[in-house]
Design a protein around this ligand. Structure first.
Ligand SMILES: [Zn+2]
Length: 153
């Protein structure tokens, strides 16, 4: 299972990295095909008229001639994602997840989960600095709680 590396930056600009449980989900960039039409060919959309005027282009387009390796999953068909269910199973994990999801809602930009390394299955989640301080503080508590929770079990 992949490890999801979440990087938090607080208002003071201090970064902190936390490794969280991940799992693989079907890539939304290629819907699991591992490839898609080269965006330089169709990123601006192709009209029915264009296809009608050039049947050879239509045929080539759907034959996969213009396909390139998926830019999101690099042909792996799946992408590592934070395993939210696993986090929810623990009280401290659920609190952490609530913070992450609040930050996600606060800034839709966070949806741009940046893949820093496909090979190791890690990615960074940028949490906006307006909420970063609280998230950071909570993460510190999350880490600190781990040994206590295990010894109590
Ligand atoms: Zn893909």
């Amino acid at each position: 299972m992949p490890t999801i590396s979440i990087t938090i930056e607080n208002d003071a600009g201090v970064e902190r990295e936390l490794k969280l449980p991940g799992h693989y989900e079907v890539c939304s960039g290629c819907e699991g095909e591992g490839k898609h039409v080269n965006p330089s060919v169709d990123e601006h959309g192709i009209t029915a008229e264009e296809f009608a005027e050039d049947p050879d282009f239509l045929e080539a387009y759907f034959s996969g001639v213009y396909d390139v390796e998926c830019h999101t999953c690099h042909g792996k068909r799946v992408v590592p994602q934070l395993d939210r269910d696993q986090l929810r199973m623990h009280r401290s994990g659920a609190r952490l997840l609530a913070r992450i999801e609040a930050a996600e809602r606060a800034n839709a930009e966070v949806d741009r989960i940046v893949f820093t390394s496909q090979a190791t299955g890690t990615h960074s989640l940028d949490i906006p600095s307006s909420t970063g301080e609280r998230v950071w503080a909570h993460l510190a508590g999350f880490i600190a709680n781990q040994p206590n929770r295990r010894s109590a079990a």
